[in-house]
Design a protein around this ligand. Structure first.
Ligand code: G6P
Length: 608
């Protein structure tokens, strides 16, 4: 959700900024822009901006000649206030065109501030919330740029990661963070700033992550951090785990394909160093949950959005089955708006790939405020949700760039299996069952590769389903979250309408939709519900619906069956989702969709 990047050093900034924007484009891709302190003379001197509706490549074509300078900021946008057009694209400048601001987040009191500025005679050029910040900085009276930004931010309510250039202070970029990520990249006689390390790792792996309420000034040779009130803060650079290659496509045509293909390695990583064969359990170093608490908790509530919510549904099932603790998952967004009863004996778990989804973060903050214990199951190390939680576990999927989640979904489900096993072995799961699950976990990477080996068959099937008007996904109990996620995946990337239902619910209404043009994908693990699931297939067949079964054995009633290797019943859902990621991918490919950047979506939704 909006990417920001900034550079200050000796090199020409525009090419570096464009490269950074390309790496951040998954955060938003409806318009892009940049501002530099120009090294030109005459009318080319001073602060210059270039911006456009569209992708970063469109911006690249729009960069004017002799647009050079060693200091600059840039932005790629996912529209919230105002349509995606040239005027609403960032950076936004003040009336005197001396200040340029790029912003990620939402200014809640923008309408009020716009009205106030208009009353003072300021002409607003865009419909955005961000523009008010540029004017407020332009009008501020402080002597330094830092003081002016602080003064402006005092009137602003909402979330922001901002980077500011000012014509009168060409030796610096000032940044501030409240709720939206800002990281600094420390180079040799050059500094970077970005909303995500993805934009920095090809230049430096030394980074500083700002906290909420923190600001920073970067100059070519130095940086300092301080609060919005002006007191110095102490931060030391950390080394990022992932090298630049992890953010590249590595020979694949899309990030989605690359990320699907990486899943065996990713699962290997989430397991690495955690299994304890002696006690048939796992070590989860960052959980911060002592065994007494693990024994006495009475419920588990899991919160997340989109694919993270679906991974949480699998997690709830695993926790109930292995640890016998009542558990359920709920969309984080719904939870925080319904004034939930916060129970001291419930363990709350926030799930998020990015660790910055606003709805999930806000739910965590609300829970913490009410004294609840919150764990995070998060991919991005050091992200806002990881930091806000009392403890948790990282899912170690590695950087996920495609807007739709694949490997991170799978790894999150595996991380939940680890957590469920850990809780189970503290409670009443037997050593024998613990060993059984550990064996199953160890089998997963090999079995994932087996599933991926069926890609040519899946591609063929995608050819048949690409013409579907709508698709139905059904599963029972363990299979239902798999159906939900598969249906989400298909609609996100192919734009084919899809619905997911518990197989048992089909006859209570959605059966009315079944007809030859609405095929059904049925999740049919070989467990004690198989016979019941077969009855559902009969119901569909009787209404002339075609069926694709995802199963452990061939299904007579299905028109096609994709066979998936069998694991332990509790872990089967993890494998059964993978062929459906490939089905969504190949269907979207056949329909010529923009797979890594589906229309209207963004990877990290940092607004409400
Ligand atoms: C957005 C993305 C989804 C993602 C969800 C949660 O809606 O488009 O693909 O699952 O956010 O993201 P998170 O980073 O919290 O897992």
């Amino acid at each position: 959700m909006c990417g920001i990047v900034g550079y200050i050093g000796k090199r020409d900034s525009a090419p570096l900024l464009l490269e950074g924007l390309q790496r951040l484009e998954y955060r938003g891709y409806d318009s892009a822009g940049l501002a530099i302190h120009s090294s030109g003379t005459g009318k080319n001197a001073g602060l210059r901006t270039a911006k456009t509706k569209g992708r970063v490549r469109d911006l690249q074509e729009r960069i004017p000649k002799r647009f050079t300078g060693t200091v600059g900021i840039a932005h790629t946008r996912w529209a919230t206030h105002g349509a995606p057009n040239d005027l609403n694209a960032h950076p936004h400048v003040d009336a005197a065109e001396k200040v340029a601001v790029v912003h990620n987040g939402i200014i809640d009191n923008a309408a009020e501030l716009r009205a106030k500025l208009t009353a003072e005679g300021v002409e607003l050029a865009s419909e955005t919330d961000t523009e008010v910040v540029s004017h407020l900085i332009g009008l501020a009276q402080g002597e330094t740029l830092e003081a002016r930004v602080q003064e402006a931010l005092r009137s602003v309510e909402g979330t922001y990661g901002i980077a500011v250039l000012h014509e009168e202070f060409p030796d610096r970029i000032v940044v501030a963070r409240n709720g939206s990520p800002v990281v600094l990249g420390i180079g040799e006689h050059e500094m970077f700033v970005a909303s995500d390390v993805a934009a920095l790792v090809s230049h430096t792996r030394q980074i500083v992550t700002l906290d909420d309420g923190e600001m920073a000034t970067i100059t070519a040779g130095d940086y300092r951090t301080y609060t919005t009130e002006g007191s110095r803060t102490s931060t030391s650079p950390e080394t990022v785990e992932w090298a630049a290659e992890s953010y590249d496509m590595g020979g694949h045509d899309t990030y989605m394909h690359k990320e699907i293909a990486e899943q065996a390695d990713a699962v290997d990583r989430v397991l690495r160093g955690r299994i304890d064969d002696r006690f048939a359990t796992v070590h989860l170093g960052g959980l911060n949950l002592d065994p007494r608490e693990a024994r006495t908790m009475r419920r588990v509530k899991i919160l997340g959005c989109g694919s993270a919510y679906h991974a949480g549904m699998i997690g709830a099932q695993l926790i109930e089955e292995l640890a016998r603790i009542p558990a359920d998952a709920e969309p984080a967004s719904e939870f925080r708006y319904r004034n939930p009863v916060v129970d001291p004996d419930t363990l709350y778990i926030a799930v998020s790939q990015s660790g910055e989804t606003y709805d999930t973060l806000a739910a965590v903050q609300e829970l913490k405020r009410k004294g609840a214990r919150v764990l995070g199951v998060v991919n991005v190390v050091g992200s806002a949700i990881a930091r806000a939680a009392d403890g948790g576990l990282y899912v170690h999927a590695g950087p996920e760039v495609c807007v739709v989640s694949t490997k991170c979904f799978t790894n999150t489900a595996v991380a939940f299996a680890l957590l469920a096993l850990h809780l189970g072995r503290i409670r009443d799961l037997s050593v024998a069952d613990g060993r059984r699950i550990i064996e199953g976990l160890r089998k997963l990477p090999g079995q994932i590769d087996e599933v991926l080996g069926a890609e040519p068959d899946i591609e063929k099937l995608a050819g048949e389903y690409a013409s579907a008007r709508s698709m139905m996904f059904v599963g029972r109990v363990r299979g239902y979250p798999v159906a939900r996620e598969a249906s989400l995946k298909l609609k996100e990337v192919s734009y084919i309408h899809a619905e997911a239902y518990p197989a048992s619910e089909l006859k209570h209404g959605p059966l009315a939709l079944i007809e030859p043009a609405v095929p059904t994908v049925a999740i049919l693990p070989d467990d004690d519900l198989l016979e019941k699931n077969r009855a559902t297939l009969e119901e569909i067949k009787a209404r002339s619906g075609s069926i694709l079964a995802i199963a452990h054995q061939n299904q007579e009633k299905a028109d096609d069956t994709l066979l998936v290797p069998q694991n332990e019943p509790e872990l089967d859902p993890i494998l059964m989702g993978i062929p459906l990621q490939l089905l969504a991918y190949h269907t979207a490919l056949k329909l010529g969709r923009d797979i890594d950047k589906p229309r209207n979506l963004a990877k990290s939704v940092t607004v409400e």
